[in-house]
Design a protein around this ligand. Sequence first.
Ligand code: SAM
Ligand code: SF4
Length: 351
Amino acid sequence: MVAASTSISPIRLFPVGEAVAPGTGVAKDAFGRAMTYLRISLTDRCNFRCVYCMPALGMKFQPKDEHLSDEELLRLIKLFARVGVTKVRLTGGEPTIRRGIVDLVRGIKSFPGIAEVSMTTNALLLGRLADDLADAGLDRVNVSIDTLDPDRFKAMTRGGRLDLVWQGIEAADAAGLRPIKLNTVVVKEQNDFEVADMAALTIDRPWQVRFLEIMPLEGVSQVHDEGLVSSEETQARLEARFGPLAPVETDAADPARLWKIPGAAGTIGFISPISEPFCAACNRVRLTADGKLRLCLLRPDEGDLRDVMRAGADDETLERAIRAAIWRKPWGHGLAEGERETVRGMSQIGG
Ligand code: SAM
Ligand code: SF4
């Protein structure tokens, strides 16, 4: 278990124009980890208010002109591809509410070097968008769904409709956005008693159902402190219903450790940033909607690419800025030492 002490961690913005270790080839941090995976927050806004992601009241959203425009975003992604990024995940906030999302996907997928474009979404709008997104080149989706009970769903998302989300998941499956992965954040006394029902979805479907430990980001510290359920506890609940799970070989860079109900069509994943940090194999950085390169989900170190770009930097300068920022990626998230993000929430970083 992690100590519940907190420390103030305002954003640490450093001058990204400073060429620390520009070099060529795939951009690496000072520990030798190659950053080939970029997660992009397309907006800090959302059509849900999940209890573990946003506070009930007082959520502040950034002015739209602080966000990267489509042109700025595409220019940066092209440069990320030049420094070795091969995989892009679109997230948020809720990425499907960004205007022009289909054309953005098409643009990103057209860049040489970008092999995979995926999205993390609440699926509310996928019923009408899935075909167009697949046609534009989206490869697959991860859908956040914490319960199969409509009333609990409404409570956990503060207003969401499960029937529409389920239609969205089916539309994504039918459009070929596979393998479908479902993300379930396990919260004590809200959905922890339902994890076996979620896992049972994998018996007949070739889906991956992933159980996440709650992280203590800004605005949800109390939900974390009171609601954290370890992966070990979740696994014990699953094994009480299905018997021992069978391990499945996992890619080292995948934060999920995979298992299977024996004989099932799909798999079960445990994402355990609290009880089993996976920092050593981290290959990802995040671009926030307001153009900051966020180097670790849970640490406030960021490089400001937007202002460098808006000050008129050419592509070579921007590429150096990206490499220099990546070089400064911190080693690990520091939760065990009591460090906590107190400035940005998950929806403002891009989970
Ligand atoms: N709105 C989209 C969605 O919900 O899928 C994308 C953004 S959401 C911030 C990305 C992922 O972060 C979701 O799977 C969500 O469940 C997860 N998430 C949000 N807050 C979290 C927290 N405090 N701890 C762990 N996971 C969290
Ligand atoms: Fe919105 Fe996703 Fe956060 Fe839920 S987890 S409030 S759907 S951004």
